[in-house]
Structure formats: structure tokens, C-alpha cells
Design a protein around this ligand. Structure first.
Ligand SMILES: [Zn+2]
Length: 294
């Protein structure tokens, strides 16, 4: 059970969001900056995401009438403007996902701010507005990241894991929602096989790999919760895997009381409930720690 389930619109039992992190080849460039330019295999594996995966995913969303969230490093947006345009044309959301997938915990505060704000400027130039949401590359948000999000008026983060359902993070400077991901419905563990960046995962079959996400959905559905897939177009957007997702989506949309929405829309719904006083959201107060724990 969930202690404080959120009442969803139209009596839906579960809010659902498929979030795609469109990293493309940013991963190899940030990992191997000296020679990535000439590593054609990982570049091509990444390029598959925005050029082949995203159009396939968008076609399914159009057919089923779904509006969803994508997270893109700004460098990737600049390299693949057609993918950005296609996502926006269909009314989906694009969230902040770093400049070139840099890991915030590996940067100084000044470096993190520089990369964050450089990416923000790309979002404003290419989408016409500041993004509402953020997901840290490899979920590696630190306190400086949360402070930057609050400073720049972000509505939500989607990197941290302190609950099953959305909650609020509060600091002395302000607050924002957390739309919590989890590795259980992330496609990296079952599908990523990427020696160059240190992943040698045993690749699961499409149905076996996706079963983890779908079982997470069943538990959330039963509890009246929030289910979110954290997937990558170059992994789950591939032909056989997306075929499994498509069939699952068709069935869930037709037979279950679900609310598929972008994270931005889900945050706006919760905002309305909180403002109306009809829902008490759980709060996590940050920072958790201000010095090394020993
Ligand atoms: Zn990513």
C-alpha cells in the first residue's frame, strides 16, 4: 500500500509517464573526449536514438493520443534539431538533462553552474521557454544541482528516489517536486551493453527486460500510485523492444484506468490539489547532509 495516494484526474488509478532520455552519442563524447570523434560504433549506436527511435516512438504516441516527457542534453538538441522539432510539434515536453551528459558530482560548483546555464540557454533558444523539469545524467544530482533548479524556478526534478510517488523537496531557498525514478523501471540494466563506458550487462530479451517495468506498473496500479518508465530511444526504441511496448501500451490504455501524462502535467495536477488543500504532500527537507558523514 501507499500511505498517501494522490487523487488522479477522472478517477484514474495510476498516473503513468514514459520518459525517454535522448542521450544519443553525448555518452561516448563525455566518457572518451580525446578519441570519441573517431569511435564510429558508439557514435552510430547513439545516433540511432534521435534518428530512428524517436520517430518510431512519436508515431505510437500519435496513434494512442499520448503526450509524454523527453529529457535531452543540450548538446544533443543542437546536434539533432529535427528530433527536437518533431517532439515539440507533437506537443511533448523536453526537460533539461545537462549540457553534454556531464555528471554533476564530478564537477566543481562553478563548472556545474556553467554547464547547467549553458544548457538552459539552448533550451530557451530551441524551445522558446525554460524547461520545467530536470533529470540529472545518471541520476547524479547533488545539493548544488537542487539549489540551481530552485534558483531557476524549475517545477520538478526527476532524479531522486525517496518515495514511490511524487513528493516535495524543500530547502531554505524554496521547493520543487520530485518525480521519483527507480532502477526497477529503467531500461539501462536489462538492455545497455556498452563496453566503452564500463557497462557489460547481459542483454535480456525484449519481453524479459521490459517485464521488470511492467511489474512495477502492476504494483503501482494496485496501490493507486505513479508509474514511470526511464528509457532510452537507442535501447527501448529499437524494433523488437518497442514492439513489446506498443502492444503493452495498447492493452493498458484500452483496459485500465490510467492517466498517461507528461511529468509537467502531473506536477501541475498535484500543484492544483496542494493549492486547493485537498492533498497533503510528503516533504523531504534538504540538504540531507552538509559535511562528510563519518
Ligand atoms: Zn541520460
Amino acid at each position: 500500500m501507499i500511505l498517501n495516494p494522490i487523487p488522479w484526474p477522472n478517477g484514474a488509478r495510476c498516473a503513468c509517464a514514459i520518459t525517454f532520455d535522448v542521450d544519443a552519442d553525448s555518452l561516448i563524447h563525455i566518457a572518451r573526449p580525446s578519441d570519441s570523434f573517431d569511435r564510429l560504433y558508439p557514435i552510430s549506436m547513439g545516433r540511432y536514438g534521435p534518428t530512428v527511435g524517436v520517430p518510431r516512438i512519436l508515431e505510437t504516441y500519435r496513434r494512442l493520443g499520448l503526450k509524454q516527457s523527453f529529457f535531452m542534453p543540450a548538446w544533443t538538441m543542437q546536434r539533432y534539431p529535427e528530433a527536437v522539432e518533431a517532439i515539440l510539434r507533437d506537443g511533448h515536453e523536453i526537460g533539461h538533462h545537462g549540457y553534454i551528459h556531464e555528471d554533476p558530482t564530478q564537477l566543481s560548483g562553478a563548472e556545474q553552474r556553467e554547464a547547467f546555464e549553458r544548457a538552459l540557454a539552448v533550451h530557451v533558444a530551441m524551445t522558446g521557454r525554460k524547461p520545467r523539469g530536470y533529470r540529472a545524467p545518471v541520476y547524479n544530482a547533488n545539493q548544488a544541482t537542487i539549489d540551481l533548479l530552485i534558483e531557476h524556478g524549475f517545477t520538478y526534478d526527476s532524479s531522486l528516489m525517496a518515495d514511490d510517488i511524487p513528493y516535495r523537496m524543500r530547502t531554505a531557498a524554496g521547493q520543487l517536486y520530485e518525480m521519483p525514478p527507480h532502477w526497477g523501471s529503467d531500461d539501462w540494466p536489462p538492455f545497455a551493453h556498452y563496453t566503452e563506458i564500463g557497462y557489460m550487462m547481459p542483454v535480456k530479451s525484449p519481453s524479459e527486460g521490459l517485464a521488470a517495468s511492467f511489474e512495477e506498473f502492476e504494483a503501482q496500479y494496485e496501490a493507486g500510485g505513479f508509474w514511470m518508465g526511464i528509457w532510452h530511444p537507442f535501447l527501448t526504441g529499437r524494433l523488437a523492444r518497442w514492439r513489446v511496448v506498443e502492444r503493452w501500451l495498447e492493452q493498458v490504455v484500452a483496459e485500465r484506468k490510467v492517466w498517461f501524462a507528461s511529468l509537467e502535467a502531473i506536477a501541475a495536477h498535484i500543484d492544483g490539489l496542494v493549492a486547493a488543500g485537498t492533498y497533503q504532500i510528503r516533504v523531504e527537507t534538504l540538504p540531507y547532509f552538509t559535511r562528510p558523514v563519518s
